[in-house]
Write a protein that binds this ligand. Structure first.
Ligand code: NAI
Length: 246
């Protein structure tokens, strides 16, 4: 039990990496609030975890919508009384080569992946500041550090996550709150199912380790940064990519 008694909020927790993180955090003793805009998947996961004896609940919110996020934060603080850990995991892609990328697609990805992280961090910080302790973990990507063809919007958003992480590590470190990012490589979730098979084979050539990542590889990195073992780690970007050449 590495995060026993802690309350964790996981955004984008209904599916993919976030859903795996919600389960692992529950198994490690945390109370888990899942935020997602997919109500059906979020409710189903929370009910399943509840049926297994875990303390998990679902809160519907679009992270890019400040009003939604503040409302969810109010309900979560009411239900759990505090928030110790925030995992800013929700994220989307809307890929296109730059000349074909609509400005609306550029803005939308930044709204979710950047403003969403800002909204959630701002909403859950007061509880951590009051406690004089807290953990904020946000999800970047190898696309944020290395760039990726067809992902000008996504790469920009994930680089911004690193900038915000390093700023907040300096702003909130003195208040006992650590802020770190995890940078996944290619992880087997819905997100990469849109990539053509030929491209997948090319990507595998770039990963020194002989497989793609699994959701639990990233969820375990979130867990480490949320655990007591990581209490002096602040402002880092933890790469979980099998050593992918960038
Ligand atoms: P996913 O698409 O499987 O799951 C994302 C979850 O976020 C879904 O439950 C979705 O409903 C939710 N979500 C999306 N937009 C939302 C919004 N506006 N408000 C609330 N919830 C929203 O994605 P996956 O693969 O689990 O990705 C999780 C994080 O990891 C994302 O930030 C992604 O950018 C990042 N990542 C994923 C990689 C991969 O290979 N799968 C690689 C690098 C980073």
């Amino acid at each position: 039990m590495r995060i026993s008694g802690k309350t964790a909020v996981i955004t984008g927790g209904a599916k993919g990496i976030g859903a795996t993180a919600a389960r692992i955090f529950c198994e490690q003793g945390a109370q888990v609030a899942i935020i997602d805009f997919d109500e059906q998947a979020g409710e189903a996961l929370a009910q399943q975890l509840h049926a297994e004896g875990f303390d998990a609940a679902f809160f519907k919110a679009d992270v890019s919508n400040e009003t939604d996020v503040n409302h969810a934060a109010l309900l979560i603080n009411e239900q759990f009384g505090k928030v110790d850990i925030l995992v800013n995991n929700a994220g989307i892609t809307l890929d296109a080569m730059t000349l074909k990328m609509e400005t609306s697609a550029f803005r939308h990805v930044l709204d979710v992946n950047v403003t969403g992280v800002f909204n959630c961090t701002k909403a859950f910080l007061p509880s951590m500041v009051e406690a004089g302790a807290g953990r904020i973990i946000s999800t970047s990507s190898i696309a944020g550090t290395g760039g990726n063809v067809g992902q000008a919007n996504y790469s920009a958003s994930k680089a911004a996550v690193i900038g915000m992480t390093k700023t907040w590590a300096k702003e909130f470190g003195p208040k006992g709150i650590t802020v770190n990012a995890v940078s996944p490589g290619f992880i087997e979730t819905e997100m990469i199912k849109t990539i053509p098979e030929k491209v997948i084979a090319q990507i595998q050539q770039l990963i020194p380790y002989p497989r793609f990542g699994k959701p639990e590889d990233v969820a375990n990195a979130y867990l480490f940064l949320a655990s007591d073992e990581a209490s002096f780690i602040n402002g880092i970007v933890l790469e979980v990519d099998g050593g992918m050449l960038k």
